[in-house]
Ligand binder design. Structure first.
Ligand SMILES: Nc1ncnc2c1ncn2[C@@H]1O[C@H](COP(=O)(O)OP(=O)(O)OP(=O)(O)O)[C@@H](O)[C@H]1O
Length: 245
């Protein structure tokens, strides 16, 4: 587990300013949910945290050490998942550790198949899985590298509402079992409130973090939290803030 800090990240694509001085800090084991309107620069911010984009100015540190460029220390799950279509679930999960030179990956793979509920589908190809299973496999593939930081870019955006809620509960219990410093970007208010320990609101492009708050719903949050009047109040308040951002 590590602390990830970004200071003054600014990034343009040509004349288009996308990140306008983003500051954030995610403590060890904490999940920071970043919520922002479509097109505000969420994916660009996450890709910058992953090292796939180089900011024009600003710095990124992991436990106080400056980091540049992509590295297994910051595992990213993209919107559409990142599974190799020609590899089985087992080989997709084993891919990273094998690349890193691990000789025996069976224990790691068996463990991740179990925690993601995919043991019976170890030999299936990604196209033989449901959407939710594919995203669980994509998360397992990244976790196999034991990244101190997990970066999630709307990982459940393509799923139907019920599956998404199941996946939220699954991810919460996974992160409780294996605390990992996590940044999740989403435009889904419910997802941000259920998954985040802390919530950051991103402005319309160019992206800045305009407010932050600690979320009060406790470690055991899940579908029962949706009926909590405090949840409904905060959802309405946050939705209003996003719509007027
Ligand atoms: N590689 C690129 N080259 C040029 N422009 C880009 C590039 N990547 C993103 N952009 C632009 O940057 C802006 C922010 O895009 P980004 O994908 O980060 O937004 P987003 O908040 O993740 O959007 P959504 O919620 O719709 O996925 C958009 O205007 C997009 O066109």
């Amino acid at each position: 587990m590590s602390t990830l800090t970004a200071h003054g990240l600014r990034l343009s694509f040509g004349d288009l300013l996308v990140l306008d001085g983003v500051d954030l800090q995610v403590s060890a084991g904490e999940t920071l949910a970043l919520l922002g309107p479509s097109g505000c620069g969420k994916s660009t911010l996450l890709r910058t945290l992953a090292g796939f984009e180089t900011p024009d100015t600003g710095a990124l540190t992991l436990d106080g050490e400056e980091v540049r460029g992509p590295s297994p220390s910051r595992g990213m799950v993209a919107q559409a998942g990142t599974l190799f279509p020609w590899l089985s679930v087992r080989d997709n999960i084993a891919f990273g550790p094998r690349q890193a030179g691990a000789s025996d990956v069976r224990g790691t793979v068996a463990d991740l198949l179990a925690v993601t509920g995919l043991s019976d589908f170890a030999d299936a190809l990604p196209r033989q899985l449901s959407g939710g299973m594919r995203q669980r496999a994509a998360i397992a593939q990244v976790l196999a590298n034991r990244p101190p930081v997990l970066l999630l870019d709307e990982p459940f955006g393509a799923l139907d509402a019920q599956t998404r809620l199941r996946m939220h509960e699954w991810l919460r219990s996974l992160l409780t079992e294996r605390p990992t410093t996590t940044v999740l970007v989403t435009h889904d208010v419910e997802e941000a409130l259920l998954l985040g320990d802390r919530l950051g609101l991103i402005s319309a492009r160019p992206a800045r973090i305009v407010s932050e708050r600690v979320l009060p719903f406790g470690a055991a949050r899940g579908r029962h939290t949706l009926g909590d009047p405090a949840f409904a109040r905060l959802r309405a308040e946050v939705l209003d803030a996003v719509l007027t951002a």
